[in-house]
Design a protein around this ligand. Structure first.
Ligand SMILES: [Zn+2]
Length: 201
């Protein structure tokens, strides 16, 4: 990568920190990494404002964090075992959220961006959604040729699961699709595919 060069659309993630001026906190995490972020957040403090916690926990490691955090915080966590269940739970929560609610999301990008999209559909300003990336750096890649989202992409060159074209994974990120753009790699010289490298472990 060229020194000093950056792409403005590429997301920069932070570490979850309570926003003390919020009137209500909604925390959404996924996977083991999300559990660690949740635990670190409650280790900062247990806020005096109401807190709602949603956890997409689909493995044993995640369930460990659910019990640790519930024990130390006294808050009960809504545990969801699928993305669909999480979306349904959030739809109910968002119907009852008002101005002053701060949102916190931690997990892999495949959790962060669908959640961020749902929140913005409810009128939540993206600046009120804190995001922490945890676990795998795998990217979601949008094939610009057939408009398909490819999940769990670890390599810089990826064969689209739908149209089969070999895509070069760009740093350009679309918030609308919640994914990085993938463009045909052999557009100029068909069939000339450079070796793929694992750059998003
Ligand atoms: Zn495609």
């Amino acid at each position: 990568m060229e020194k000093g060069y950056s792409i403005t659309t590429k997301p920069i993630y932070g570490t979850l920190v309570w926003q003390k001026k919020a009137t209500h906190h909604v925390v959404i995490v996924g996977g083991e990494g999300g559990g660690k972020a949740l635990l670190k957040l409650f280790q900062q403090m247990v806020p005096k404002q109401p807190v709602s916690v949603f956890y997409l926990a689909d493995d044993a490691a995640s369930n460990k964090y659910v019990s640790i955090v519930e024990e130390m915080s006294g808050e009960s966590i809504t545990v969801c075992d699928s993305q669909e269940a999480l979306t349904a739970a959030l739809n109910t929560e968002l119907d009852n959220c008002y101005m002053g609610t701060q949102f916190y999301v931690a997990g892999e990008e495949k959790l962060i961006w669908p959640v961020a999209k749902l929140l913005t559909e409810y009128g939540v300003d993206d600046r009120n959604i804190f995001k922490e990336q945890t676990g795998s750096l795998a990217r979601r890649v949008f094939c610009v040729h057939c408009e398909t989202i490819n999940e769990d992409v670890h390599h810089n060159i990826h064969q689209c699961v739908n149209c089969g074209l070999n895509l070069f994974v760009r740093d350009h990120f679309s918030r609308h699709w919640g994914a990085y753009m993938g463009f045909m790699v052999d557009g100029e010289t068909p069939g000339e595919i450079p070796p793929a490298q694992e750059v998003y472990p």
